[in-house]
Design a protein around this ligand. Sequence first.
Ligand SMILES: *[C@@H]1O[C@H](CO)[C@@H](O)[C@H](O)[C@H]1NC(C)=O
Length: 282
Amino acid sequence: MLKYCLLFCLLLAGSNLVNGKRIAKLTAKRLEKISKSGSVFDSRVINGIDATVGLAPYQISLQSTFGEHMCGGAIVDEHYILTAAHCVYGYNPLYLKVVTGTILWQEPGAKYDVEEFWVHCNYNTPDYHNDIAIIRVTQPIVFNEYTKPVILPDVPLANASKVLLTGWGSTVLFGDTPDVLQQATLTYIDYPSCQEEMGGDDDNGVGHICTLTDEGVGACHGDSGGPLAIDGVLVGLVNWGMPCAIGYPDSFASVHFYRDWIRRTMAESSCKSCHCYASNYD
Ligand SMILES: *[C@@H]1O[C@H](CO)[C@@H](O)[C@H](O)[C@H]1NC(C)=O
């Protein structure tokens, strides 16, 4: 058990995951940008608010067999979950559980075993890009008032849209996982505006969408893989960010950008060899 935990903890450290949020490296360019942008983002605070029951019925907690919360994700239909690739890459599906229908990750509405997952073929090529994965559970997910699928977007997000981020992400850097699901309302900014804020960061591409934080609302609440949504439509999955509240937009996988990959992967899931990174565990 201890050995297992050590391995797990090392894996987390090795992939720059801090309580399920992937923290980008502080390059010289980013440090320079952050030091200049301070005033724009000074209003960011870490504390957010508890989500109300049923606010995000598509939210899942991806957990280990020991019941540790690892990442967030969103229910697409009764068999499939979307999350970030770095949440599942390299794991044995037997080790993963999907918890649905709750705002308390330790009190599952239901718990499902993972049959298989598929990671995008160009995951992390280049660094931090194409960080998206699909999980298939072994039993159909039972829908109810607290457990419902998202809708996939047909059109790209309108600039400056208000979007809802939910997750059990740490509310402070290196802090504990909060018991109650957290929510934050963020503002989507288009790619050119985001690149301007980020100083042309190579780790942010057209497959990403970015958000700025509203005054007085936390930016640290999204777990990796967790959903960014607008009226039940899933628009983003938490990909990476800088350590919280130091003045840098957060970066999400754009669900609209990857919608064809999502539909194709789900349709062809019975064909293992059609995909680059199924888990390949027997
Ligand atoms: C998008 O929204 C941001 C933030 O409100 C703004 O700064 C930017 O100019 C907008 N872009 C366009 C093309 O309107």
